[in-house]
Design a protein around this ligand. Structure first.
Ligand code: AMP
Ligand code: ZN
Length: 117
């Protein structure tokens, strides 16, 4: 069923506490933790606790949780004292998505080029 935990999903395992992560924030519906391979001084992933494969699937299936994720990206940026930051939802293998559980990358703490590579 949409949103249900998936046995083979890395981020569902982090939500369940079966794999450790450096959690920086948690709400009823979201978890934010540091990326294991940071691309900037701040690189935090904000995920819904529910399993959806990408941002659009989350928005379609649980729009209120999609809003929670976005709200948390700002909270992370405030916690990290970032004036400017980037929110990235890689969507599809061609765009670099490697984990099929919606995650917002919150990236900041250095200059960010536009357009991204
Ligand atoms: P994406 O390539 O957009 O799907 O992003 C997946 C992100 O998850 C990458 O930036 C990885 O570095 C990160 N990642 C993979 N495994 C872990 C983990 N166990 N804890 C934290 N971040 C992870
Ligand atoms: Zn999952």
């Amino acid at each position: 069923m949409a949103g249900e935990p998936q046995d083979d999903c890395l981020f569902c395992k982090i939500v369940a506490g079966h794999i450790p992560a450096t959690v920086v924030r948690e709400t009823e519906t979201t978890v934010a933790f540091r990326d294991i391979n940071p691309q900037a001084p701040t690189h935090v992933l904000v995920i819904p606790k529910a399993h959806y494969r990408d941002a659009a699937a989350l928005a379609a299936g649980a729009p209120e949780v999609a809003a929670d994720v976005l709200r948390e990206t700002r909270a992370v940026a405030e916690d990290e004292k970032l004036d400017s930051f980037r929110i990235v939802f890689n969507t599809g293998a061609g765009a670099g998505q490697t984990v099929w559980h919606t995650h917002a990358h919150v990236i900041g703490g250095r200059g960010l080029n536009w357009p991204p590579g």
